[in-house]
Write a protein that binds this ligand. Sequence first.
Ligand SMILES: O=C(CO)[C@H](O)[C@H](O)COP(=O)(O)O
Ligand SMILES: [Co+2]
Length: 228
Amino acid sequence: MIDLAFSILAADFTHLADEIATAERGGGTVCHVDVMDGHFVPNITFGPPVVAAVRRCTSLPLDVHLMIEDPDRYIEDFAKAGADWLIVHQEVCRHLHRTLSSIREHGMQPAVVINPATPVETIIEVLPLVHHVLVMTVNPGFGGQSFIPRCVNKVKHLASLRNEMGLNFRIEVDGGIGHDTVEEVVRAGADLLVAGSAIYAGPGNPAQTENNAVDFLRRARAATEVRA
Ligand SMILES: O=C(CO)[C@H](O)[C@H](O)COP(=O)(O)O
Ligand SMILES: [Co+2]
């Protein structure tokens, strides 16, 4: 099962509800929301009120990627806003097991994300707790960056650990995933694919956005047939 998690970071915010509906019509199955605080990452985006607004626009799972310091302070707010899946960065969690458990206690599915410089070994102990692991394939903070090819090794490593440990967490990739990189990450074992700039065609071009999503999913699904 392959999911396209369209990242609204690349959407036209003046028509956010329409932009979500367009990606959904193109086959998008998950709505990815990038929360940035200007501390952990250099950029600032949205917080719980925007997540709550997005919640009213779609019934798809909301995959909320927290790029913030001290995520424990905001777990309850994102639960109330309607997040389904809450992703925290390994790099900011001093007590990762506790944070992931708290997310589950608040009724959401917990997920953990690692930056390009963070090894898989740092999250092995929490793999039994998570709904998915997000492997960043760019340094977090901005959309439209170039894919870092070396990160694919971590997707392969996680896929083999999942097998060895008898677990069923999903493997997500985020950053620079587009027509030229999607096949490689799917063959490596990724099944939850975040894409922003590869999907959103810019203001006033919903037909192209919808086509981008259709084409992206066609490539991704074809690649599952030749998985490594
Ligand atoms: O987490 C993110 C950035 O930190 C975004 O989800 C990601 O960059 C998506 O954008 P694009 O597909 O354009 O790379
Ligand atoms: Co993201």
